[in-house]
Design a binder for this molecule. Sequence first.
Ligand code: CP
Length: 336
Amino acid sequence: MNAKRFLDLADFTREEIVDLLALAQRLQDHPEPRALAGKILGLVFFNPSLRTLASFQAGMARLGGTSFVITPGHGTWQLEHRLGVPMNATAAEHVREGIPVLASFCDALGIRAFADGKDLAYDLAETNFNAMASLVDKPLINMESAMNHPCQSLADWKTLDDLAVAPRSKFVLSWVNHPRALPLAVPAATLHMAAMRGMEVVVLRPDGFALPGTVMDKARRAAAAAGGSITETDDRAAALDGAQVLYAKEWGSTTYYGNAEKDAELRAGLSDWQVREDWFARARPDSRFMHCLPVRRNVAVADEVLDGPRSVVLKEAHNRLVAQMAVLHRLLSATP
Ligand code: CP
């Protein structure tokens, strides 16, 4: 694995991802409960989590290792990440000390640090995550940064494989509504995953919510290399015509990035961007519905879809455990 880091699917070749998923399958079929005996995983969550937190702890335990969890400001010191500021407010410690100290206690470190959500260029550059990554001299895992969620995407790739979704089939990544602006990490990572897998990817989103050009360009290069394609539209019927997969995700306006008031005005008229069964009228009869969770029922996705036969959201979530065990094994095991 590249420099013992798992930060972005784009850091790997398609073959390396396929190989990692083969390891995930091997660990699922033939558990190795002592593979990481004596190893310690540190998990730092600057933002809330259910799946990522539980699946990393469970995965490490299933491989025979242990883990500790730090949620800065909740039972531990609040950590400042800005450089050059006088620390006379709530944060008692800076990441420049806190992160290397935590890394020194473990064999691998995972960090979750969402986008600031104020300045798109700042978040696109992964400024906060990269600043912390530069302080870690151990294997490092991106547990969701401003623009990436590779663990989710690795699990989603496995879910598509498990369901025998053909690499060339139509994959629609659709914006769906939410009470407030959410980060671009999952849509950006999902787009790249489907592109690397060689799928016919359609980004379906209303005006004001186009994914950033750099994200689209990076995915287009991956699609070209894998023999797939990327298009973008606001035409729901055309996008879903013949779709094999509908992957729904909420994200904030890119036109009004960092402007909560304008973002709210824009999304106020978009309540019909809630996935209902009639969205699948022209999709393939065996089409699947995906979402990374958590999801707001009857805002982003209707009950009838989440509880219906197309939904594979629980399988996606379970695959977080399986996929991350492969990542941990690759980063920390002495044997391949
Ligand atoms: N999908 C996902 O990352 O879930 P959590 O935010 O609960 O970890």
